[in-house]
Ligand binder design. Sequence first.
Ligand SMILES: [Zn+2]
Length: 322
Amino acid sequence: MTPKRILVTVPAAIAFAAASFAMGPGAQTPAVVQIAGAIVPVFPADETDTPTATWTPMATDTPAPTSTPTSPPTPMDSPTPTRTATRSVRAVRVPILMYHYLSVPPPDADIYRLDLSVTPDTFEAQMKYLASAGYHPIRISDLTDYLLNGTQLPSKPIVLTFDDGYRDNYENALPVLKKYKFPATFFIIAQFIDDQKPGYMTWDQVEDLAIEGMEIGSHTLDHIDLRGKSRSVQASEIAGSKAMIESRIGTPVESFCYPSGQYDAQTISILRSTGYLAATTEIQGMYQSSNDTYQLRRIRVRGSYSAADLAYWIKYFTQSGK
Ligand SMILES: [Zn+2]
């Protein structure tokens, strides 16, 4: 089908971030550098069988000063960009599934561990369902690239995220993901990895994931509750983990995950100033907006969920508007 053409304008700050992102040393996708304030044509995700991409006008604002890209913009198959003072939001409904442990829980597991543990067999069945239902897994960075730059998404996009960096993710999730050729995003606790804490991945395993095309995101250095912490403590956890992971995998870390879903306004401000482009919360839902890339919504996959339960909940959130 011919994608419906809609016009979306890009505020200077987002365009600048997008330009930086697109031209960053680790940029893997073709650079799409947008001029601040330019009207850019956007082809939303397939609207026939996928959550509808929408855009919502924001209150008009004083146009911010234009930042000039340092290299020539990539030509776009679009009308000549035109200056405008209007700001807008790009939004899309994409489910982001939240996993933790990927193993049979130990016999003495408490209710929390049970709830956080999906067995390898169940995970396999869930991935089989996603494939048969026509879902196309992408990484958080791909979703961010759509929200900030308009880079096209596949039909029925979905994101698989794994919190905490457990070793069973490498041992049990990776083989299934490779089998289905599904990319995913792994949020690791950098200091736990560096300390070789039992039950967590090693740096070699993290590097392997990255080589396999998985995105490695930060889940802080020590998994502390960031909310209400001093600026220096938060900055150390946020910037320190980014630097540590980047020094290992050699590509920029631009996605973050709040430990226990806790954060405050200062957390978001530090994420923005240290080069992260997005962060996932534990807010349940699938409405994702360029205005809120630091508050991406997710769907918790509980240990009790069968593949059919997962299908039910994805459908529930698809229809809920959340
Ligand atoms: Zn966590």
